[in-house]
Ligand binder design. Structure first.
Ligand code: ADE
Length: 268
């Protein structure tokens, strides 16, 4: 029996958890006891009669900033010896499937969800990882935490069939190949003959070619490479180990970090 992954979430809106995590695959993972999600109201550690958690920005500027004392007290109370503290932040490392695998292997995750204009910068030294979902701004860290938790829960052994997570998008560094089910013809479009042929080698070849084609079309950065820096670099390392024939030039570029600027310019 694998250990239970403990997940603590510190938020001003603890009622948002477990929320969508009670349904479908994450719901089953939680029901099966593979993980437990606990949410904590940051106001428990708020200051004074009003349990205040925010204040004006030093130096001026719009919006409020989360004070460091309540967040630090919450982390002290919740993280224990083994908590890996994650701060959802649009300025953080871009979240990838590779990072999800890393988080799924840890015993205890703690999410500190910012609201307002963010946290006092001194809190960052208590944080192990700042994670961004992408280049856009959410109203707070809760939705980002839910996305990360959902992605991690389905990777836990026993959550779903291992083959599904091995074959799915990004695990081999490519997008997933197209899938079909019955009927064999729908609105004039037939399921590709090869999938009905029973020739397993031909099916594998076809799927691989379609995965490559789709990745080249929708996410050329994954096959051609750009700079190889940051979170995506880790994903490419995985890709180059498993799929060296995808684009051998890409691996050379990725390894030569000093070339990063040149490729930035050439492909940007
Ligand atoms: N908080 C606000 N925007 C975010 C983003 N894009 N990713 C993670 N956390 C966020």
């Amino acid at each position: 029996m694998p250990d239970v992954l403990r997940i603590d979430v510190i938020s001003l809106f603890p009622g948002l958890f477990p929320g969508p995590l009670t349904e479908s695959i994450p719901g089953r993972a939680l029901d099966r006891g593979l993980a437990e999600v606990r949410s904590h109201d940051l106001r428990t550690w708020g200051l004074g009669h009003h349990r205040s958690v925010d204040d004006y920005t030093y130096g001026g500027g719009a919006g409020m900033v989360m004070r460091p004392e309540p967040a630090a007290a919450a982390l002290d109370a919740v993280r224990g010896d083994d908590g890996f503290v994650i701060l959802p932040d649009p300025g953080g490392e871009v979240f990838t499937q590779g990072r999800a695998h890393d988080l799924a292997a840890r015993p205890h995750l703690v999410f500190l969800c910012p609201r307002y204009e963010g946290v006092d910068d001194r809190i960052r030294r208590m944080v192990d990882l700042e994670l961004s979902l992408g280049d856009y701004v959410l109203s707070g860290g809760e939705l980002a935490a839910l996305v990360v938790i959902d992605t991690v829960l389905r990777l836990l052994p026993g959550a779903i069939d291992a083959q599904s997570t091995e074959e799915e998008s990004f695990t081999a560094g490519l997008l997933e190949y197209p899938q079909f089910t019955r009927p064999p013809e729908f609105r004039g479009e037939r399921v590709p003959d090869v999938l009905l042929s029973g020739d397993h080698a031909a099916v594998s070849r076809w799927r691989r070619e379609r995965a490559l084609e789709r990745t080249r079309r929708n996410r050329p950065d994954l096959v051609e490479g750009t700079t190889g820096r940051g979170a995506r670099g880790a994903q490419w390392t995985e890709l180059s180990a498993e799929e060296p024939e995808v684009n051998p030039a890409r691996r050379r570029r990725h390894d030569r970090a000093d070339d990063a600027e040149r490729w930035d310019g050439a492909e940007g």
